[in-house]
Design a binder for this molecule. Structure first.
Ligand SMILES: *[C@@H]1O[C@H](CO)[C@@H](O)[C@H](O)[C@H]1NC(C)=O
Ligand SMILES: [Zn+2]
Length: 310
């Protein structure tokens, strides 16, 4: 459909659609999709932890509903320090050359790579209280989504936020176009429903999307805070909590060279008559599906000792 109809999505999504606010990354729908996909693949212990940790009326025990939380709080004073944890500013040169180099790109108080490692060790740390572990779970839920967005693994113009383009007839920026494309895709093909989109993606998911499987020693090896702040290639080599996010980051970042910069600045990038739109949809769909699947694998290894995927 061409015009914006009021959302007729059932319950949950409407509930979440409150407050426009600023959109980040995949936007709320992309993050919800990653969480809802992961819910379909959780092993028994991981599922039990998620159900308990996220119980109550706010999240209804769902990673889907809890996934956008990290974007909501980053605007609050007490959480402003978490803003840099949503990305890694790769100082590469797309579309000519793409790379992620933790020593070069993950500086200061850390980045998405160290954040995933940090919250991975915290979510299984029984010396923390329930609310701290819930917070760790919500950060993992969110960051494993963000790391699949090519512009979250790119430093140029603040991850494309400073690059002006057009989306659905409106002025936008390259970073936000990835949101706009999800909105249009859902309106056009999935009745504006994240749930319908998730069902379709889950049917298309294949096992080899995990790419990087944390080894069995990964749970015991709590990540040393000092290691995280003084990153070198050694810390990445033998620690899967750092290594897997790096593998995923490189995969996302490679899209900055193969696709993200292939737009024509005069085009409307969110129009289905445009090649950019039709090229972006399969990339976005596979990135969202993979991150949802990887999130489930990650939690399954943490709580059940193996990926336990079909
Ligand atoms: C890990 O997370 C906690 C809780 O958010 C935070 O206080 C701490 O600074 C983080 N540590 C590192 C090394 O990122
Ligand atoms: Zn984010």
């Amino acid at each position: 459909m061409k015009f914006a109809l009021p959302s007729i999505v059932p319950g949950l999504t409407l509930l979440l659609a409150s407050g426009p606010g600023q959109v980040y990354a995949w936007g709320m729908k992309g993050h919800e999709a990653v969480g809802f996909i992961a819910m379909k693949f959780l092993a028994p212990e991981a599922s039990k932890f998620v159900q308990t940790s996220l119980r109550g009326s706010q999240y209804h025990s769902s990673l889907g509903l809890a996934a956008p939380w990290a974007d909501e709080v980053r605007r609050q004073k007490g959480y402003a320090w978490t803003a840099p944890l949503h990305f890694v500013d790769a100082e590469d040169d797309p579309p000519t050359s793409c790379s992620v180099n933790p020593t070069r790109d993950c500086t200061g108080h850390g980045c998405i790579l160290t954040a995933i490692a940090n919250y991975t060790s915290r979510v299984v740390d029984t010396s923390l209280d329930d609310s701290e572990r819930q917070e760790a779970l919500k950060f993992i839920d969110h960051f494993i989504g963000d790391i699949g967005q090519p512009l979250h693994v790119e430093g140029i113009d603040r991850g494309g936020n400073g690059i002006h383009v057009t989306c659905a007839g409106r002025k936008s920026n390259l970073h936000s176009v990835y949101d706009g494309i999800i909105d249009k895709l859902l309106d056009d093909q999935y009745d504006s429903s994240v749930i319908q989109w998730v069902d379709s993606l889950v049917n298309r998911i294949k096992v080899h999307w995990i790419t990087c499987q944390p080894g069995s020693g990964f749970i015991q090896r709590s990540v040393n805070a000092q290691t995280m702040l003084t990153l070198d290639s050694n810390s990445f080599g033998d620690d899967d909590t750092l290594n897997c996010p790096l593998v995923w980051a490189k995969e996302s970042n490679a899209y900055d060279c193969s696709f993200v910069w292939t737009y024509d600045s005069y085009d409307d990038l969110c129009s289905d008559e445009n090649e950019y739109y039709s090229g972006a949809v399969p990339i976005i769909e596979s990135q969202i599906a993979k991150q949802g699947y990887r999130l489930a694998a990650w939690l399954n290894v943490l709580f059940d000792g193996e990926t336990s995927l079909p």
